[in-house]
Ligand binder design. Structure first.
Ligand code: SF4
Length: 486
């Protein structure tokens, strides 16, 4: 059986869709952002290992046209194709599904956070054959293909048509042991097209687990976080430290990588025992110093002991959410950490020689001009604290997707300034929620902290190597691209 895992091309006015592996969708002018979609890549690997003929085709990040995409897919002649979708792009996907179904006999499967929250509507609006709900859709896609090829029993969370009706196999379940998944076949999944401007090249991505864990066994459930609510059932699972170190060892030896980014939702930073064991595993394999590691993290996990261990293990950069500079917002979005804790954690990381990328959000309906000024000031304070080359930030406007508590709250409180069923409007090109501030202007101002003379000077003075200089050049190009987006 031939199976395809595809991202059809999606672009808008010369900007490319940030879809795969992106929690918040938007179009970007930055040519440098191409994030590795880990779950679809694992799906491709699983199918290949089960002797399916696999086409992995990410037309968005290969930057190919619709004609070339369809040509390559049709030449492969898949019997089934899986597409990851998201709220702002789902209408485009419905149209394309109908076109493909008219032209070819291919079973089409949709996966992702939007269809996990609203599985039925895709059957009403398109000729889709299956919807796989939940985040472990690599495992359920394999299950579906084995069902179609060998009659294996369908697992939970799968929606399908039968005799003109839409049926399902119940609520999805997540797998218990992530170590049972294979390491991604990097060649099959075109690893070298992916990367980001802030990572040393060549780089690649892994996920040390799935779901957001927090300090003192908290589990993240921010009210806007679609992955945590729609994909991971508000849980957090980690692979074993030895399993992650095994994968890193293979990657380093096979691809001579300079950096590996762990795109697990909050990394594995929340589990100290895990980190200690991981340090031992890396040391025993002689991997410390062979490759730089970077990761997402919640700041409340970044205490002195953890930061020092992270530095000793070869970690370089942490992507940390500063969703607001206001305590009332942190509590309203259920961030489960305070602004004060975020500031302390980020400063501890910097005290220990780690680089921080802040991800900042603006545009909450209840925030005032004074509130957003506090967010700006908090971002500025952290960017200017012990600035080292590589410190940076990303800023975005809040967009709550269906399936999240914030979307429900926005409906209840009449916060939407658009029709909440007009999904294309959720592409971050305009605010979707009522706001007392000029969200896009503030977003742009926050990006502009990169251009403040004090920040630029401190960054430039800490450049040490030619490699840093190259990274500075691509980083500058990428920031200019991002600034054009707002
Ligand atoms: S901390 Fe980040 S990953 Fe975790 S629930 Fe909140 S937004 Fe999601």
């Amino acid at each position: 059986m031939k199976a395809a895992i595809i991202y059809p091309p999606v672009a808008e006015k010369g900007k490319f869709a940030l879809l795969g592996q992106n929690r918040q969708y938007r179009y970007s002018s930055s040519a440098e952002v191409r994030i590795y979609p880990i779950i679809p890549a694992t799906a491709a690997t699983l199918l290949d290992l089960h002797h399916f003929d696999v086409l992995y085709l990410d037309a968005i990040n290969e930057r190919i046209s619709m004609n070339e995409f369809l040509d390559r897919m049709y030449k492969f002649e898949p019997e089934i194709a899986m597409i990851e979708t998201k709220t702002p792009v789902i209408e485009k996907h419905w149209t394309l599904i109908n076109k493909i179904k008219e032209e070819k006999e291919i079973k089409i499967v949709l996966v992702g956070d939007h269809v996990s929250a609203r599985p039925k509507e895709s059957f009403e609006h398109s000729l889709v054959d299956y919807v796989l709900t939940g985040g472990d859709y690599d495992v359920s896609f394999l299950n579906l293909c084995l069902h179609l090829s060998d009659g294996e029993k369908l697992g939970p969370g799968i929606w399908y048509r039968e005799e003109g009706k839409v049926k399902n196999t119940g609520h999805h379940k997540l797998i218990n042991d992530l170590d049972t998944l294979p390491f991604i076949d990097r060649e099959l999944t075109t690893w070298n097209i992916y990367g980001e401007a802030y990572l040393y090249q060549p780089c690649t991505y892994i996920m040390s687990g799935r779901g957001c864990g927090g300090n003192t066994s908290l589990v993240g459930n921010c009210s806007f976080c679609s992955w945590q609510h729609s994909l991971w059932n508000c849980t957090a699972r980690l692979r074993s430290p030895s399993n992650v170190a095994d994968e890193i060892e293979i990657l380093v030896h096979r691809y001579k990588l300079k950096e590996i980014f762990d795109d697990n939702d909050s990394g594995a930073i929340w589990n100290k025992k895990w980190l200690r064991d991981f340090h031992t595993e890396m040391k025993e394999r002689g991997l410390i110093g062979e490759v730089l590691l970077s990761s997402n993290a919640r700041a409340d996990c970044l205490d002195d002991e953890t930061c020092s261990l992270l530095k000793k293990t070869g970690f370089r950069l942490f992507k940390v959410g500063l969703e607001s500079g206001n305590e009332k917002t942190m509590s309203r979005i259920s961030k489960k950490e305070s602004v004060a804790e975020i500031k302390t954690g980020v400063k501890k990381a910097k005290d220990n020689g780690l680089i921080v990328m802040l991800t900042v959000m603006v545009g909450y309906p209840w925030e005032t001009e004074e509130d957003v000024r506090r967010t700006y000031a908090a971002a500025q304070e952290l960017m200017l604290y012990k600035t080292r080359f590589g410190d940076c930030l990303q800023s975005s406007v809040i967009v709550p997707y269906p399936g999240t508590p914030m979307y429900e709250e926005a409906l209840e409180r009449d916060w939407f300034v658009i029709d909440p069923a007009d999904y294309e409007k959720f592409d971050m090109s305009h605010p979707v929620l009522k706001s007392r501030i000029e969200s896009f202007e503030w977003c742009d101002r926050i990006w502009s902290i990169h251009k403040e003379p004090k920040f630029m000077l401190k960054s430039l003075l800490s450049i040490r190597t030619f490699r840093d200089l190259k990274l500075a050049y691509t980083g500058f190009k990428s920031i200019s691209g991002h600034k054009r987006d707002f």
